[in-house]
Design a protein around this ligand. Structure first.
Ligand SMILES: [Ca+2]
Length: 168
């Protein structure tokens, strides 16, 4: 819980500080990929997809990182921006979207370590070569390379991927 409080403090600060243009550069692909993932079988979430042990969905609205995290929490009691734990999950997420999208990775203000908004352990990462370059404290995917991570400013507005764990 403490981590979320810290994040909220961090993000409220960011919302005020961000006065720079969004970096909306996409990787230039014209259409969304064909989804080959299984649909989530949870009632009310059958338009979500199974990614690892999570149900996940890409949302095309553009939000700052903190607003995206808030939106994910509002969608399901255990919802957060998605955390990625292995290459298989990362690959599945590639099937959800080619748009730049927030995932749940971030760094606290003075921290060096990346953490996930759902509180899970940071045990997997797949950065674009040369990243993270300290250009921000929040992680998104699909900038430059489909499926790879980049750090960028949390106040940028991007699409986002929410997830909740299938296990209670
Ligand atoms: Ca970066």
């Amino acid at each position: 819980m403490k981590i979320f409080q810290l994040m909220l403090v961090m993000t409220l600060g960011l919302a005020v500080l961000c006065d720079t243009p969004e970096d909306q550069e996409e990787i230039g692909l014209l259409s969304e990929p064909v989804l080959e993932l299984a649909r989530c079988s949870v009632d009310g979430f059958k338009d979500w997809y199974v990614v690892g042990s999570f149900c996940a969905k890409h949302f095309t609205q553009k939000h700052s990182f903190p607003d995206a995290e808030k939106a994910c929490r509002a969608k399901h009691p255990r919802g957060h921006l998605i955390s990625l734990h292995d290459g298989t999950m990362n690959n599945d997420v590639k099937a959800l979207t080619r748009s730049q999208a927030w995932i749940g990775g971030y760094k606290l203000d003075c921290g060096r370590d990346w953490i996930w908004t759902d509180g899970s352990k940071w045990c997997y990462q797949n950065w674009v070569p040369g990243e993270p370059n300290n250009s921000g404290r929040c992680a998104h995917i699909n900038w430059h390379t489909h499926g790879k991570f980049d750090d960028t400013r949390c106040c940028n507005r991007k699409t986002f991927i929410c997830a909740f764990p299938l296990a209670q």
